[in-house]
Design a protein around this ligand. Structure first.
Ligand code: FAD
Length: 232
C-alpha cells in the first residue's frame, strides 16, 4: 500500500483487472487480455502474479515451476509473557513469535509429495496445529503446554518446486516477458530490492545496485537449482 501510495504522484496509470491471456508472437509478447475482454498492448510484460505465476507464464506457453502451496498461521494466548522473545524456528520447521499481546505460530508442513494447493482454499489446517505445531511448542517451551488457541488464517506460498527460490528477470528466449516470481514464502522481505533491481534492468538494461543475475530463468532451463535452505 505504501508503494502504491508513493506512485500516486508519479506518472503511473493503475489498472485493476485479471489477466486471462497473453498474446505472443514468436519470441515476443505483444499484450495481455483481461477477463472482462479488454485487450492491452504491451512492449513489456512483468509476471508478478505470486502463487498464480505458473498459470500466468503458461498463458505465453512457458513452463514456470511455481505453484500455490497452502500455509497456515495460528494465533494463541499463553499465561506467561515473553516480551523480548525473538522469532524461534524449531528444526522441525515449527516457528513461533510474539505478536502484540498474543503469539503466532505455524510451519512444519510435510512437503514430501505435496502438490499444488487449490488456489481457492483458505481454510487453516487445524490438524497440523493439533498434531504437529502445538506438541512441538509444548516440548520446546514448557510454558506453552497450556495455551489458548485463537483465530487462524491461511495463504499460499508461491512455491518454486526447483529450488524454493526467486525467479527474477527476462525469459531467455521471450526477452520482453520479465519475471518476479517464486519467492516461496520469503518474498515480502525481498520485494523492495527486487522491484528496484527490475526497474534498473528495464530502464538501464543492466542491474546496478542489486545484482539479481543468480536468480535468472536460465537455471530453470538448465535444471540447475539455486537452493534456498533457510525457509520456513
Ligand atoms: C502464511 C504466509 C506467511 C508468510 N510470511 C512471510 C514472511 O514472514 N516474510 C516474507 O518475506 N514473506 C512471507 N510470506 C510470503 C510473501 O507473502 C510472498 O512471498 C509475497 O507476498 C510475494 O509477493 P508477490 O508480489 O510476488 O506476490 P503476491 O503478494 O501474491 O501478489 C500477487 C498479485 O498478483 C495478482 N494476480 C494473480 N494472478 C493474476 C492475474 N491473472 N491477473 C492479474 N493479477 C493477478 C494477485 O491478485 C496478487 O495481487 C508469507 C506467505 C504466507 C502465505
Amino acid at each position: 500500500m505504501l508503494f502504491r501510495k508513493a506512485l500516486r504522484h508519479r506518472n503511473v496509470e493503475m489498472i485493476t483487472g485479471e489477466v486471462s491471456a497473453i498474446r505472443r508472437e514468436g519470441d515476443r509478447v505483444t499484450g495481455v487480455t483481461l477477463a472482462d475482454g479488454e485487450s492491452l498492448d504491451a512492449g513489456l510484460v512483468i509476471n508478478a502474479a505470486g502463487p498464480n505465476a505458473g498459470r500466468v507464464a503458461a498463458f505465453a506457453g512457458l513452463v514456470l515451476p511455481v505453484e500455490p502451496r497452502k500455509r497456515s498461521v495460528f494465533v494463541f494466548e499463553a499465561r506467561e509473557r515473553f516480551e523480548d522473545m525473538p522469532l524461534l524456528v524449531d528444526p522441525s520447521g515449527v516457528w513461533v513469535r510474539p505478536e502484540g499481546s498474543v503469539y503466532i505460530t505455524g510451519g512444519a508442513e510435510n512437503e514430501d509429495g505435496e502438490g499444488p494447493a487449490d488456489p481457492a482454499d483458505f481454510d487453516p489446517d487445524w490438524s497440523l496445529f493439533e498434531e504437529v505445531v502445538w506438541p512441538t511448542l509444548a516440548a520446546r517451551i514448557p510454558a506453552f503446554e497450556a495455551i489458548r488457541p485463537g483465530r487462524a488464517w491461511a495463504g499460499h506460498y508461491e512455491y518454486n518446486t526447483l529450488d524454493q527460490n526467486a525467479v527474477i528477470g527476462p525469459h531467455p528466449e521471450v526477452q520482453n516477458f520479465v519475471f518476479a516470481n517464486g519467492f516461496s514464502g520469503h518474498g515480502l522481505q525481498q520485494a523492495p530490492a527486487v522491484g528496484k533491481a527490475l526497474a534498473e534492468l528495464i530502464v538501464h538494461g543492466a542491474y546496478r545496485t542489486v545484482d539479481c543475475s543468480p536468480f535468472a530463468w536460465q537455471r530453470i532451463a538448465d535444471g540447475r537449482p539455486f537452493r534456498e535452505l533457510n525457509v520456513i
